[in-house]
Design a protein around this ligand. Structure first.
Ligand code: GRF
Length: 204
């Protein structure tokens, strides 16, 4: 059984999709144990607790950075006896960049979702970047996390069309709908042991 830990900073709609997938049995072999937020006001905290009964913890995003901060996450997992060999850490709109030490400790066990077809448009406001550039196709990417921003081996991608009439809001909404499908699917494949890392890519 794989233990899911979801890290959020805000709305938490991807987290909700993951917890819902676990609840319906789609993610057999994975059990959500903890939702952690660096923001006490994250709307997702209420959803985790009230709708799904998943315990939540807040690790405030103060001045501490890098391993100073990340070691608090690691300590929290240790206190919950969640080991690095049985956990899958899912970043779902988590706004902090994880340190090299943290990524090493949970090597190949941290996933992220990003609202573009990486390696295009990493970083903030990916949907606006795509619109500003004028691409005709964008989408979302689930990837393993390394210490760089929106980097690491790509697991799954879904392309969506960019329409001439699109605004940031309409494109974001079209992509988000697929994020909620792609992320649980990626987790399912991971927990089934169906993911094979192949240098920068993945055979799955
Ligand atoms: C999503 O678009 C995700 O791809 C990005 O941050 C956003 C988080 O949204 N990393 P939510 O909190 O999951 O609703």
């Amino acid at each position: 059984m794989i233990t899911l830990v979801v890290l959020i900073s805000g709305r938490g709609s991807n987290m909700e999709a993951i917890l819902a997938a676990a609840q319906t049995g789609y993610l057999r072999g994975a059990k959500p144990e903890l939702v952690i937020s660096d923001n006490a006001d994250a709307a997702g905290l209420k959803i985790a607790k009230q709708k799904f009964g998943v315990p939540t913890r807040i690790l405030p995003n103060n001045e501490s950075r890098g391993w100073d901060y990340d070691s608090q996450i690691a300590n929290l997992l240790d206190r919950h006896t969640i080991s690095s060999s049985s956990v899958l850490i899912c970043l779902a709109g988590f706004m902090k960049i994880l340190s090299r030490q943290f990524v090493e400790k949970y090597k190949m066990r941290i996933l992220n979702i990003h609202p573009s077809l990486l390696p295009s448009f990493p970083g903030l406001h990916a949907q606006k970047q795509a619109l500003d550039y004028g691409v005709k196709v964008s989408g979302c990417t689930v990837h393993l996390v390394d210490e760089a921003i929106d980097s690491g081996p790509i697991l799954f991608q879904k392309a969506v069309r960019v329409l001439n009439s699109d605004t940031v809001e309409s494109l974001s909404a079209r992509i988000l709908k697929w994020e909620h499908i792609l992320y649980p699917y990626a987790i399912k494949r991971f927990t089934e042991g169906k993911i094979r890392i192949h240098e920068h890519g993945v055979l799955s």
